[in-house]
Design a binder for this molecule. Structure first.
Ligand code: AMP
Ligand code: MG
Length: 417
């Protein structure tokens, strides 16, 4: 059985980064947040685009005011007022100054801005009460960025700050990676859709909905394909359908060694290469990872056969599917789950034989992170106490107990609040 780390490494190896243009699309800037940049962004404009003032004050020639003091102020003649957005109409000559506002273009001749707090205005004249430094409060054209050099690189996530950069670089549209399409199918004769009255022995398919939500959150495009009964023909057809329209296929259930477990055989029939059969993790030991023959876009679809138990399916998603999904989404620096060191409120127990993930709530305190074990049963079939989970505490192989108030590594799987 593979260790968790070996399984993760193997999966990341199999999840190739998209390269071809076919994996990208052009979006309006408003649509691009949360997506991954697929082009090198180069601005045709210097930043700042003109020499401009960083202050409300007076644009002056340094040479005129270098000796100014409160006792011996220098008096200059004000030529005009330059608000932001309006170009200067005249040069500043010897003995002159222009009233200038923050962000406005510097007039020709002036090289320095004196902030208004050290000036005294009298009609058309202004007294400069202190000598500035040469060039003070002038934002020089190109001092932040020179037109033509690369500004942003492919593989970065786009959010507020990056979108601001794109907008100022004149990008009304931007090329991003297409979101990986993730087909989701639930296998099991016992499963029914939410809203259906249960016949004896039936169970509501919760995995379909949970996985779709997690896929969306991780930047993928879920394609829910519904419930597939445990019949080889139907299952084979469903996986073939999934193959034709997705980059990643997630099935849940049917991968253990029960009588109705056909998935591995079907995968073999479809020409898949099986890479992982099981991982030394709890919950989630049975995990099938396979690659299928490359489709039209040239990237081999990745198949994850997740355990059927709701908790196992979610933990497997967080630990193994999400890194692959994020990588397929184009993130250049890769992505790996975030682990933090926290103090556990309750004792955490495990058998010590497999790396164990226990679910609960991670919170930020002024003293650091705290982990609170979810109440109720920690059976992998219990999804009732999953609500509110944002952290999985890790009990390593060889450890059977982490005592209350001891430090523990916690994998962050949701928002911290
Ligand atoms: P399996 O891996 O198919 O043997 O399923 C293991 C357990 O998970 C069984 O109790 C199933 O009823 C349950 N299960 C399987 N699929 C789902 C699903 N989509 N939603 C909720 N529970 C499921
Ligand atoms: Mg089943």
């Amino acid at each position: 059985m593979l260790s968790v780390l070996d399984a993760e490494a193997k999966i990341l190896d199999l999840a190739t980064l998209p390269q071809a243009l076919a994996h990208t699309e052009s979006l309006d800037l408003h649509q691009a947040s949360g997506r991954v940049l697929a082009e090198t962004v180069v601005s045709p404009l210097d930043v700042p685009h003109w020499d401009n003032s960083a202050m409300d004050g007076y644009a002056v020639r340094y040479i005129d005011v270098q000796a100014a003091t409160a006792d011996q102020p220098v008096t200059l003649t004000v030529t005009e007022t330059i608000p932001a957005g309006q170009p200067p109409t005249q040069a500043v000559g010897p003995g002159q100054a222009a009233r200038i506002l923050t962000g406005a273009m510097m007039p020709v001749g002036a090289d320095t801005v004196v902030m208004q707090e050290v000036t005294q205005r009298q009609a058309t004249q202004v007294k400069i009460l202190a000598a500035p430094e040469v060039g003070q409060f002038v934002r020089r054209q190109g001092s932040f960025y020179r037109a033509g050099s690369p500004l942003l690189f492919p593989g970065i996530g786009l959010n507020g700050p990056e979108i601001a950069v794109l907008a100022s670089a004149q990008y009304a549209q931007v090329r991003v990676y297409r979101q990986p399409r993730v087909a989701i199918l639930s296998t099991g004769n016992e499963l029914v859709e939410p809203g259906t009255p249960l016949q004896p022995g039936q169970l509501v398919d919760s995995n379909q909905y949970a996985l779709a939500a997690l896929v969306r959150r991780a930047g993928g495009l879920p394609i829910p394909l519904g419930i597939i009964p445990d019949q080889p023909q139907t299952l084979r057809q469903a996986i073939a359908t999934a193959l034709s329209q997705s980059d990643i296929i997630l099935s849940s259930g049917g991968v253990s060694v029960g009588d109705y477990d056909y998935v591995d055989q079907i995968l073999a029939d479809l020409g898949a290469t099986l890479h992982i059969r099981a991982v030394a993790v709890k919950p989630g030991k049975p995990l099938t990872v396979a690659t299928l023959p490359p489709g039209a876009t040239g990237m081999p679809p990745l198949y994850f056969g997740l355990p059927g138990n709701p908790v196992s399916a979610l933990v497997s998603f967080w630990r193994f599917v999400e890194p692959a999904l994020r990588k397929r989404s184009g993130l250049g620096q890769g992505w790996s789950p975030g682990f933090v060191s926290a103090i556990t409120d309750q004792p955490l127990k495990a058998t010590g034989r497999r790396e164990t993930y226990v679910w609960g709530h991670l919170r930020i305190t002024p003293q650091g992170y705290r982990f609170e074990l979810a109440g109720g049963s920690h059976s992998s079939g219990n999804l009732v106490n999953l609500a509110g989970t944002n952290g999985l505490a890790v009990v390593p192989v060889g450890t059977t107990l982490i005592g209350a108030h001891e430090p523990v590594q916690v994998m962050v799987v949701g928002d911290l609040r």
